[in-house]
Design a protein around this ligand. Structure first.
Ligand code: PSV
Ligand code: MN
Length: 431
């Protein structure tokens, strides 16, 4: 196995601050012990956490308007994997990458798989793209893809998704995420029911092509690029479609794809209750956006989502394994730093949710002791588990402070020299 960053640099970084971490860890351990909680168990749990990286997140995105390219942006899928390898090396929380086709389409999947394995990376769910036209494509998606009125357009979109499954299979993936931008910008633009009927017909074709051990993830999004009626706009439509398609179809929740103030943790509870919660795209947002770093705006919401997930594990056992992925891409921070921070924030919520005393919470709920019920959650959320996360990283061979360690290596400056930008080419995939 190779590492992108010299592992000696990580050891050197850790050595300088290990003493501080040990002191913080001992203090937190003592406090948790008084609450009857074992810090060692929590650290071991933190070490099991994994979230997939979005290949498109290591480039700088355009968010809503212009794209401001960053220094040393990856120009192809191999360079994207190098950046992902840095993130995983320094956090040990991101062992897989979610690819997006055709942006990341490999000419030789076996060589790409080998390249990834050499950096101790694997491939998570693959993503299809029928939300923009690609060079050389016969039909245009301007008026829809899987829902289009034209049978030829739909056939092209179905064939692309099936190709994604084949590519994913060659890369060891076992899931296909389907997000379509289809919808209408004006009342009357299309028949609302007809569009969904065509979507289901197309999805049935893709479903038939899924290997036995694959899942298909249906990702809903309230609006954008359609501004009047997005075909798969909400979890209700997603749930209905997943139910209609069969057991291999599940719903994927992208945290940013809801109206402000939507109770996302309740959507989590509902989908889990009915066996259709497939996975997540983690990010944060304040308005209708879906690209900010996890936990940067509403960390309590992220905690409440994980609180529901912990409740499902408590009820159904560890067999419940939804797919965790990050989905973010903006252009004011170094994407490697932002993705490391996001992975750690999601891991933080995961560990905090394990601090909730479920028996006590249940007791307070049964007694209708509303204040204590709320406090049971707040106490867990307010507990600073940073030293648990850092200790988990050290024990897994990662960095105590991934951002500081990354900056000390000068990686960004080095790739800035080795990866001169190509005029007019967006390496990120997002325009
Ligand atoms: C759409 O906004 C989305 O969340 C989907 O997951 C896409 O695949 C991804 O962003 C990249 O455009
Ligand atoms: Mn998404």
């Amino acid at each position: 196995m190779s590492t992108v960053i010299d592992s000696g640099q990580v050891v050197e970084h850790n050595a300088k601050i290990q003493g501080n971490l040990d002191a913080d860890y001992a203090a937190l351990g003592g406090m948790l012990a008084r609450r009857g909680q074992d810090i060692e168990q929590l650290t071991a749990l933190a070490q099991t956490f994994a979230v997939a990286l979005p290949s498109w997140g290591v480039g700088t995105g355009g968010t809503r308007f212009a794209r401001f390219p960053g220094q040393g942006e990856p120009r192809n899928v191999f360079e994207k994997l190098e950046d992902c390898a840095v993130i995983h090396q320094l956090t040990r929380a991101t062992p897989t990458v979610s690819l997006h086709f055709p942006w990341d389409k490999p000419t030789d999947p076996a060589a790409l798989l080998e390249f990834a394995k050499n950096y101790d990376l694997g491939f998570d769910t693959v993503n299809s793209n029928t939300f923009q036209d690609q060079a050389g494509q016969k039909q245009s998606y301007k008026y829809g893809s899987l829902t289009a009125g034209s049978a030829a357009v739909r056939a092209q979109a179905v064939a692309h998704n099936i190709e994604c499954v084949e590519l994913g299979r060659a890369l060891g993936s076992n899931g296909l995420t389907v997000w379509i931008g289809d919808g209408a910008n004006f009342p009357g633009q299309h028949n609302l029911r007809g569009a969904l009927e065509r979507y289901l017909d197309s999805m049935r074709e893709i479903y038939k092509a899924l290997p036995a051990d694959w899942l298909m993830y249906i990702e809903h999004k309230l609006f954008e690029p359609a501004f009047y009626a997005t075909t798969i706009a909400d979890w209700g439509t997603s749930f209905a479609c997943a139910t209609e398609l069969g057991p291999k179809a599940k719903c994927l929740i992208d945290l940013g794809h809801h109206a402000p103030n939507t109770n996302i943790e309740m959507i989590v509870a509902r989908l889990a209750q009915f066996g259709k919660l497939g996975g997540f795209h983690f990010n944060d947002s304040k308005y209708g956006d879906d690209d900010l770093d996890s936990g940067s705006i509403n960390p309590f919401q992220l905690f409440l989502v994980f609180n529901e997930l912990a409740d499902v594990v408590h009820r159904d056992g560890a067999a419940f394994k939804p797919s965790y992925m990050l989905d973010q891409s903006h252009n004011v921070t170094d994407p490697i730093e932002s993705l490391m921070s996001s992975a750690i924030e999601v891991q933080r919520a995961f560990v905090q949710s394990a601090l909730v005393d479920r028996a006590a919470l249940r007791h307070h709920q049964e007694q209708n002791d509303v204040l204590q019920s709320a406090q049971a959650l707040k106490q867990a959320f307010r507990t600073d588990v940073s030293s648990i996360l850092a200790m988990a990283r050290v024990r897994s061979g990662a960095a105590i402070d991934p951002v500081a360690c990354y900056r000390s290596t000068g990686y960004r400056e080095k790739v800035g020299v080795n990866r001169p930008p190509k005029a007019g080419v967006s390496g990120s995939g997002i325009v």
